[in-house]
Ligand binder design. Structure first.
Ligand SMILES: Cc1cc2nc3c(=O)[nH]c(=O)nc-3n(C[C@H](O)[C@H](O)[C@H](O)COP(=O)(O)OP(=O)(O)OC[C@H]3O[C@@H](n4cnc5c(N)ncnc54)[C@H](O)[C@@H]3O)c2cc1C
Length: 464
């Protein structure tokens, strides 16, 4: 359903690539929503439980304020999910059984953006103050969702963020061409007006001790993300020119945001041959960024098999379709290969400390009981690809080791509790996932805090 700006135009800047629905498309698409008796989109698809049929029917009949009211009941930040959510809801849309699903994500974006444009989004003051001080460590979507919910419930909330600005991967991971950062700033201003305190450039556990945090706040929520990067320890890994995708993307976002004047030269793809290792969304973001920086060649290698074009028999509706996805960045060019395992990074002949190429081979996957268990090399399939910039986009393995995580398991119980007064939310607690899941988890943990505060106030604040 998505429509994008023309490739030649969009490659010249980092502005958003996706076009908004126009009025006619908005009405036409929403009118396709069946208002199903059992709406799988909200019951099975959306982690936030967005009331999609109600939002759609109100929006399509011109009742924007009502649509907005229903949307904000479950989702505090539709302007983020409306831009970057993979829209799990659309995978379970009944219309998707025989034609394109109703574009619930784009509809959500229209509802919230029209709400902002028409002045319908205002600060919400709590009904009464709650005598509870909460410190939230980390300002990604999980921390922001918990902060917003607790502050609206009347708690005094301070968010500590080690980066210079708040937003987590919304700001420093996801490229501007998918999520322009003014959208984050607009939300942060609203949250500050509602009373949330942000202290940025402060690493909790290092610049401020855990002991001091516990003195200041009865409740601490760790929303520090899962940012330990998966490495590829193969021969040649220490050659110059091999970087983690997250570092590469965040460098460009810092330049776009005016935090840095220029890219570090080694993180600039201009004039270079780029190989992205990892076939997921982060890898795709690297492709779009590399083209915009002026790369001459971009390839993406994924070790898993190419997904099918349509649903496999073991992946029926209303499950999320595990099918081939082509992002706006993929459309912009480059080579995509699957079943590829990288064996070795090779030096450049004229400067042997630098990367010149990589050696890889094709694999086939052994299956057991319908599951892929192990890749085995395809004999004689070795090949060499010239590359002077490699970006490792192979995901994250858990929270980054640091002062707060040392000697602590962040495996919270199902409600987010780690210890009395101490909670974990988002990717930090559940592993790397999605913005929508981080928001949902932040809200859940805020609910747990309020419940604990009501039922057993004395147990809060005794953990450390
Ligand atoms: C490149 C990239 C693209 C992505 N694209 C999408 C997408 O299109 N759609 C989607 O749904 N998801 C996407 N994701 C995933 C999504 O961004 C994450 O799942 C989500 O941001 C997790 O939210 P979080 O709040 O748990 O953690 P994070 O967003 O990681 O935020 C954690 C925050 O905690 C801070 N922090 C850590 N330790 C400390 C400390 N000791 N003191 C103070 N602050 C600390 C960090 O600096 C950070 O700001 C993407 C991720 C990446 C990396």
């Amino acid at each position: 359903m998505s429509e994008y700006r023309p490739i030649t135009e969009r490659l010249r800047d980092f502005r958003p690539v996706e076009l908004r629905l126009n009025e006619a498309a908005f009405r036409k698409e929403l009118a396709r929503c069946q208002d199903c008796g059992i709406p799988f989109c909200h019951a099975a698809g959306c982690p936030l439980g967005n009331l999609i049929p109600e939002i759609n029917s109100n929006a399509s009949s011109g009742r924007l304020a009502r649509a907005l009211g229903r949307l904000l009941e479950t989702n505090p930040f539709p302007e983020f999910t409306g831009r970057v959510c993979p829209a799990l809801c659309e995978g379970s849309c009944v219309q998707g059984l025989h034609e394109a699903p109703v574009p619930a994500r784009l509809a959500e974006l229209e509802v919230i953006e029209r709400g902002f444009a028409q002045g319908l989004i205002r600060r919400r003051a709590p009904k009464a103050a709650l005598d509870l001080s909460v410190g939230i460590i980390g300002s990604g979507p999980a921390g922001l969702a918990a902060a917003s919910a607790l502050s609206r419930a009347g708690a005094t909330v301070t968010v500590y963020e080690k980066d210079a600005r708040a937003g987590g991967f919304l700001r420093y991971g996801i490229p501007d061409f998918k999520l322009e950062k003014e959208v984050i700033d607009r939300r942060l201003e609203l949250m500050m007006a509602e009373g949330v305190n942000f202290i940025c450039g402060v690493e909790a556990g290092l610049d401020i001790s855990e002991r001091l945090l516990r003195k200041r706040h009865e409740v601490i929520i760790l929303a520090i993300g899962a940012r330990k990067k998966r490495d590829l320890p193969i021969p040649g890994r220490d050659l110059k020119g091999i970087h983690f995708a997250a570092d590469y993307l965040s460098a460009q976002n810092r330049v776009n945001g005016g935090e840095e004047m220029a890219l570090p030269p080694d993180l600039n793809a201009f004039g270079r041959k780029v190989a992205v290792i990892g076939g997921g969304d982060t890898g795709s973001d690297c492709i779009g960024t590399a083209w915009r920086q002026g790369a001459v060649e971009v390839s993406q290698f994924e070790i898993m098999p190419k997904p099918p074009a349509g649903r496999a028999p073991d992946n029926p509706w209303p499950q999320w379709p595990r099918t081939l996805r082509t992002s706006s960045s993929h459309e912009e060019g480059g080579i995509r290969r699957w079943n590829i395992s990288t064996l070795e990074f090779l030096p450049d002949r004229s400067s042997p400390e630098r990367l010149g190429s990589l050696k890889a081979l094709e694999v086939k996957w052994l299956e057991e009981g319908g599951r892929l268990i192990r890749p085995v090399p395809r004999e004689g399939s070795e090949f060499i690809v010239e590359a002077d910039l490699v970006l490792l986009a192979m995901g994250f393995t858990g929270p980054e080791p640091g002062h707060l995580t040392r000697a602590r398991d962040l495996k919270a119980d199902s409600s987010g509790r780690l210890a009395p007064g101490l909670y974990a939310a988002g990717d930090a607690a559940n592993g790397p996932s999605l913005v929508v899941r981080a928001i949902s988890d932040g809200l859940k943990v805020a609910g747990t805090v309020l419940e604990d505060c009501r039922t057993d106030r004395r147990s809060l604040g005794q953990a450390v």
